[in-house]
Design a protein around this ligand. Structure first.
Ligand code: PEP
Ligand code: MG
Length: 321
């Protein structure tokens, strides 16, 4: 099977009936680029920049960040690289920067909430990204967005830094600006967000956890971590429809994007980009090639109308095997 998949390395991801999709890879550092290129990824759908902060013993400087981002976009050429601004907090800690102790870190001070509070750290990261954007096809997205106000505040700071750099003669690229949809509040209000962003990327790891109110790492409640629960599928479908209604691009960068049970349903919903760990890219491209999007749209409709996670699994197996 591996040999079969390897033949698809330089091919475009396309369904049996000729609909094109983007199959991208997730990375945590420039060191991951070899796997990305070896597996013929059509883009990078998620560059988790917090690893740059976690692997350092000090806050990464603008130049240190610039070098890392530039290395990645240059290697990808004209293929898109979606860089997520840092998602520190929750379970991700920094040795050199003590964040407040909290009772509920996953409902606390993390990601864009920190960036909008510690704006100098955010501005430094944005300047590094803006400078790197001149060397490839760089998109920026903000993690853990819950409200329109947060997106507007983050965008305002981005525009200020962009304008300052341009006025001082620094070359910057044509950046697309988007948000992660990983909080149910943002998924429900996707039609409003879609008018203001260039793209969405659905973060199912957090979206499932926050929607089911269950931590997958906790054995006692892990059974509630149900990716195919119709409640989750309805949120995802709402986000895709809202984006497309405004002519916007919608990606997914959570684990679900590379899951062979979820992929047929997501194709049927019309998801544009599937971003996953690099070793899953070719297997997903191979699966897509076998599936017809008209049939998958019918499957998606049935899945959205199902009652349970298990029912959806059975529906998918029936249609794809
Ligand atoms: C997600 O929540 O699905 C996601 C991609 O972000 P992370 O896994 O880094 O929290
Ligand atoms: Mg997340």
């Amino acid at each position: 099977q591996r040999a079969e998949w390897a033949k698809l390395k330089d091919e475009q991801s396309v369904s049996a009936d000729g609909k094109e999709f983007v199959v991208g890879a997730n990375i945590g550092s420039p060191k991951d680029m070899a796997a990305v290129l070896d597996n013929g990824s059509e883009g990078i759908g998620l560059y988790r920049t917090e690893f740059l902060y976690m692997e350092s013993d000090h806050l990464p400087t603008e130049d240190e960040q610039f070098e890392a981002y530039k290395a990645v976009v240059e290697k990808m050429g004209d293929k898109p690289v979606t860089v997520r601004t840092m998602d520190i907090g929750g379970d991700k800690h920094l040795s050199y920067w003590q964040l407040p102790e909290e009772e509920n870190p996953f409902l606390g001070y993390r990601a864009i909430r920190i960036s909008l509070d510690q704006t100098e750290i955010f501005r430094t990261q944005l300047r590094a990204l803006l400078r790197a954007s001149a060397f490839g096809n760089l998109w920026i997205m903000f993690p853990m967005i819950a409200t329109l106000g947060e997106f507007r505040a983050a965008k305002k700071i981005y525009v200020e830094e962009r304008t300052k750099l341009e006025e001082s003669g620094v070359k910057v690229g044509d950046i697309k600006l988007g948000i992660m949809i990983e909080i149910p509040a943002a998924a429900m209000l996707a039609d409003k967000f879609a008018k203001e962003v260039d793209f969405f990327s659905i973060g199912t790891n957090d979206l499932i956890g926050y929607t089911m109110a269950a931590d997958r790492g906790n054995d006692r409640v892990a059974y509630l971590y149900q990716p195919y629960n119709p409640s989750i599928l309805r949120l995802i479908n709402n986000v895709i429809a809202a984006a497309h209604n405004e002519g916007k691009f919608v990606a997914m960068c959570g684990e679900m994007a590379g899951d062979p049970i979820a992929v047929p349903v997501l194709m049927g919903m019309g998801l544009d980009e599937f971003s996953m760990s690099a070793p899953s890219v070719l297997q997903t491209r191979s699966l897509m090639k076998k599936l017809d999007t008209t049939k998958m749209a019918e499957l998606a409709k049935q899945a959205l109308d199902a009652e349970t996670n298990d029912e959806v699994i059975a529906l998918v197996k029936e249609v794809t095997q």
